[in-house]
Design a protein around this ligand. Structure first.
Ligand code: UDX
Length: 448
């Protein structure tokens, strides 16, 4: 079937490439002409394992096209996916400008029945707004053309997006229309063979499902981080506690890894947007607000620990930093804990020597060339003349370390591990001052 996808960002590209890969004809449309030209040549602007290969294969097979011709794109697909960005407004609500602009574009050019699919993460009620925008634009044209709007949120994780699209746990579709149900069954048929993963529900329920899923996961993370900070004060080890609670299947082991706070393009933005939606609906969501506050505090933990190690005097110190991306297998630094740390270190007069297997270019794009930042090609180059090492991202390449060599290379033997990669005993046996998250290292037990 023919499918159009508005927005060649992360979600649009993954959706387009995956749908083309199972035999659909897909046209991806974006307003950025330069991006379209590069994508048409197979140049993929984001790092996502497997995506470039998939795009190449499907470009070569003639099933995937990129364009900035909106009219041609609206003519092309019976399904018109909207996968454009919904950035946070200043007040934390989702900015729907791009989504509604696409709705208007579709209505301006459509000449026959179209199904408009909201793929972007959008607040509850957006499908109704899209519907009203399309209806108003059609009316202004004097055109009486049928259309439907449905909600089809994505649950992709960066770094595993292709896998999540192909083998995700569910495909949520919000619609009341039988025609839409049938078309979406056909669209996702190839990904729905082993068991029926399609979940049809009301449009508003589908919209809320996306936010509820992300908020639940973010809540688990903030919960374990809160426990970690408590464990530190009480002289307990959060890793033992994590094992203890995760073994209960009602709790489970997933998403209870303590760390330096969640980042990325989804959790921070979606938690804030949900809090805003709740407020606007006259039901302030205390739990969601707390999740956000705990995370903001958690992001400052690494700096507090480095500062603690040097009695608050970081001026002139050089800090080695491993990991810039908000998580492994991506070059994405949006809301990454590394950013909060670097900015606080610079503020305190320290220099940073950082290494990340993928995100160096992105870091340069964000911060430009600055005297107090050195990006090194190899992990251990960061240690030259460094007073301390801080680990922000759990890339595989950071998991194996010779502590004795590490101690010899650092000016001061201080390691701050924001991802609990090592055993505190081994680190301390090697003579390191080792700070971790919730492992009794950075705060002396205050309860006997
Ligand atoms: C997330 C959701 O997982 C996905 O379903 C949704 O569609 C988009 O948002 P993503 O942002 O790509 O995906 O990353 P994810 O792997 O979920 O990690 C998010 C953040 O939480 C990262 O900063 C990660 O380090 C942190 N995290 C995750 C923890 O701190 N502890 C955990 O146990 C799990």
């Amino acid at each position: 079937m023919k499918i159009t996808i508005f927005g060649s960002g992360y979600v649009g590209l993954v959706t387009g490439a995956c749908l083309a890969d199972v035999g659909h004809e897909v046209m991806c449309v974006d307003v950025d002409a330069d991006k379209v030209a590069r994508l048409s040549q197979g140049e993929v602007p984001i790092y996502e394992p497997g995506l470039e290969t998939l795009i190449h294969q499907n470009l070569d097979a003639g099933r995937l096209h990129f364009t900035n011709d909106a009219k041609a794109a609206v003519e092309f697909g019976l399904l018109q996916f909207i996968a454009v960005g919904t950035p946070s407004d200043e007040d934390g609500s989702a900015d729907l400008r791009h989504v509604l602009k696409v709705a208007e574009t579709i209505a301006t050019h459509m000449t026959e029945y179209r199904i408009i699919v909201d793929k972007s993460t959008v607040p509850v009620g957006t499908a109704s707004k899209v519907e009203r925008t399309v209806a108003a634009t059609l009316e202004a044209r004097g055109a009486a053309i049928e259309f439907d709007v449905c909600s089809n949120p994505e649950f992709l994780k960066e770094g595993a997006a292709i896998e999540d699209f192909s083998r995700g746990s569910r495909i949520v579709i919000g619609t009341e229309s039988e025609r839409v149900r049938q078309t979406m069954r056909e669209c996702y048929g190839p990904y729905n063979r082993q068991r029926d993963k399609l979940m049809f529900m009301g449009v508003r329920s589908a919209e809320l499902t996306k936010y509820a899923a992300n908020a639940m996961l973010a809540t688990k993370i903030s919960f374990i981080n809160e426990m970690a900070n408590l464990a530190e004060r009480l002289g307990a080890d959060i890793e033992e506690v994590r094992h203890g609670i995760g073994s209960d299947p009602r709790i489970g082991y997933h998403f209870i890894y303590p760390g330096c706070g969640y980042g990325g393009s989804c959790f921070p933005k979606d938690v804030k947007a949900l809090a805003h939606t709740a407020e606007a609906a006259g039901h302030p969501a205390h739990l969601i607000n707390a999740v956000e506050q705990v995370n903001a505090r958690q992001k400052s933990r690494l700096f507090e620990m480095v500062s603690d190690a040097f009695d608050g005097d970081l001026a002139g110190k050089t800090i080695a930093l491993w990991g810039l991306a908000f998580k492994p297998n991506t070059d994405d630094m949006r809301e990454a804990p590394s950013r909060a740390l670097m900015e606080a270190l610079w503020q305190a007069g320290a220099r940073v020597q950082a290494h990340d297997p993928e995100a160096a270019e992105e870091c340069l794009r964000i911060y430009g060339n600055r005297e107090d930042l050195d990006l090194t090609e190899h992990r251990d180059e960061t240690l030259e003349g460094a007073h301390a090492l801080v680990i922000c991202t759990e890339w595989k390449a950071f998991r194996t370390v010779d502590f004795v060599k590490l101690r010899e290379r650092l000016v001061e033997p201080v390691v701050v591990d924001g991802r609990n990669l090592f055993s505190p005993e081994s680190a301390r046996d090697a003579g390191l001052t080792y700070y971790a998250i919730g492992r009794g290292a950075s705060v002396r037990p205050v309860v006997a």
